[in-house]
Write a protein that binds this ligand. Sequence first.
Ligand SMILES: C[S@@+](CC[C@H](N)C(=O)[O-])C[C@H]1O[C@@H](n2cnc3c(N)ncnc32)[C@H](O)[C@@H]1O
Length: 263
Amino acid sequence: MQTAERQSSAQTQERIHALGEWFQNLSLDGVQTAPHHFLGDYPAVKFTRFAHALPDDLRGKSVLDIGCNAGFYSLEMKRRGADRVLGIDFDERYLAQARFAAEVRGVEIEFRRLSVYEVASLGERFDVVIFMGVLYHLRHPLLALDLIHEHVADDLLLFQSMQRGSNDVMPVEEDYDFWQTEMFTRPEFPAMYFLEHKYAGDPTNWWIPNRACTEAMLRSAGFDIVAHPEDEVFVCRIKEQTPESDLTRAARQARESRRAPAV
Ligand SMILES: C[S@@+](CC[C@H](N)C(=O)[O-])C[C@H]1O[C@@H](n2cnc3c(N)ncnc32)[C@H](O)[C@@H]1O
């Protein structure tokens, strides 16, 4: 390594350190940001298992990366030529890491502090929405999916969730009789585990679906699953029919009741 390169990578190492603990392992100027991640070279090891399921050429496309963390997927989408990439996260520390990573890689990506529950405020739809590794951190996971469908997803959704329980899927019937209860005892019936306290030492893990539940929630929020390239990863396209989220319904009903004449 030349002296100038050594200096630059020593400076990068310092900046990486100053930006706090990293969740995503990126290679910046040859320096790893999270070399001791408990899942290995994460998320690169995961991405290699489903990278083929996404379009190689994203020229002319816009991408929204929700829960972008240090920007691994945002950077990947930019590398595939996406015109506009917006990464949002509600954690300022991760956003600072993401901005630094984009600066080192010399790419233009916008990173904004925003919660998934606030996506309506973007007032914009995106060709590709990435929602990886966020669902199980939410107290209101289905609401988040509804809001994504209702306000920002225009075509493709790349989705991942931690899953526990059965990996089998049973066909879901249109309706069940009140006295029919046997299916609730079957591990492959859609179910989500609620974590009152912590899981893996993390108090932000709230709900973990089994695979059948992941698939059912995606369908119910208005997404068609078009590929399942990795156990936890689903590629979806939006369906025409858009359910109204609870939040939108409540806001509409409040507006309507304000307009209704008093009797
Ligand atoms: C497990 S990390 C996943 C990061 C990245 N998407 C990935 O797959 O590697 C979860 C990320 O979601 C972010 N997050 C959690 N709740 C959020 C919310 N309500 N709105 C936006 N981001 C959120 C966290 O700050 C964190 O960066």
